[in-house]
Design a protein around this ligand. Structure first.
Ligand code: GTP
Ligand code: MG
Length: 215
């Protein structure tokens, strides 16, 4: 490992080529997801994906994360240790869509799944729920194939609503929010979870009702 790092040397990576790879990886993932959504439409007669957001982490935020982890601000550390430089967020309709999409992503031959974090089955202390997958996508360049990491987050509209607002509120307190605020946010998370469950069973009832009417 140490040898490999030494061999690559400090200048083995340059910022622009790295950013090119992360951008290309996001494009690959988004295209695959578009095709999956179309296939889903064809099989289940509806689109599970409400919308997709993607972003590249800013240099500033990469540097902050490295320093939080006690690591020197080098491109090597960034490639090795920062897993969410390329991020894709899939927002879907129902909780059941999350597992269906995750399964479809898992079956993509070109993707390699490095790990999965299921914060739906095991919500975070904050109340955060989502399904995370860290994958690598092979990016072909003239120098060969570069497996490039992309963090995929899959969540419902309700989970996304909660996470976006919670993030804004927490940001204001720089992580040191008073206990009652954290408690209220956990309450809100429980409400969104209930809403998701209700919407899912309502959707199932509607499908069953339509089938009854058609038969
Ligand atoms: P980060 O250092 O935040 O990237 O966390 P991590 O490397 O331990 O990974 P984790 O899977 O816990 O979180 C990755 C991402 O999930 C974060 O960058 C956020 O986008 C999201 N996330 C995780 N926990 C929370 C949370 O409590 N609230 C909100 N709003 N988002 C969260
Ligand atoms: Mg992150």
């Amino acid at each position: 490992m140490a040898e490999e790092t030494a061999e690559r040397g400090e200048n083995a990576y340059d910022w622009q080529s790295l950013m090119f790879l992360y951008n290309a990886a996001i494009k690959e993932v988004r295209t695959k997801l578009d095709i999956m959504n179309d296939e889903f439409q064809y099989i289940h007669q509806y689109n599970p994906i409400e919308y997709i957001k993607s972003r590249i982490k800013t240099p500033n935020s990469i540097a902050k994360k490295l320093s939080r982890h006690g690591l020197e601000n080098t491109m090597e550390n960034m490639v090795e240790h920062i897993n969410d430089i390329a991020g894709v967020r899939i927002v879907c309709s129902f909780t059941s869509d999350i597992y269906r999409l995750a399964e479809m992503i898992g079956k993509q031959k070109e993707f390699t799944i490095l790990y999965i974090k299921d914060y739906m089955k095991h919500p975070k202390e904050s109340g955060y729920r989502s399904y995370h997958m860290l994958i690598t996508v092979p990016i072909q360049t003239t120098n060969g194939i570069n497996p490039t990491k992309v963090e995929i987050q899959i969540r419902t509209i309700a989970m996304d609503f909660w996470a976006s607002l919670e993030h804004k509120i927490y940001y204001k307190f720089e992580g040191n929010a008073p206990e009652y605020i954290s408690r209220e946010l956990r309450d809100c998370a429980a409400i969104t979870s209930k809403l998701d469950a209700k919407m899912l069973s309502l959707n199932e009832a509607i499908i069953a009702e339509k089938e009854r009417q058609q038969s």
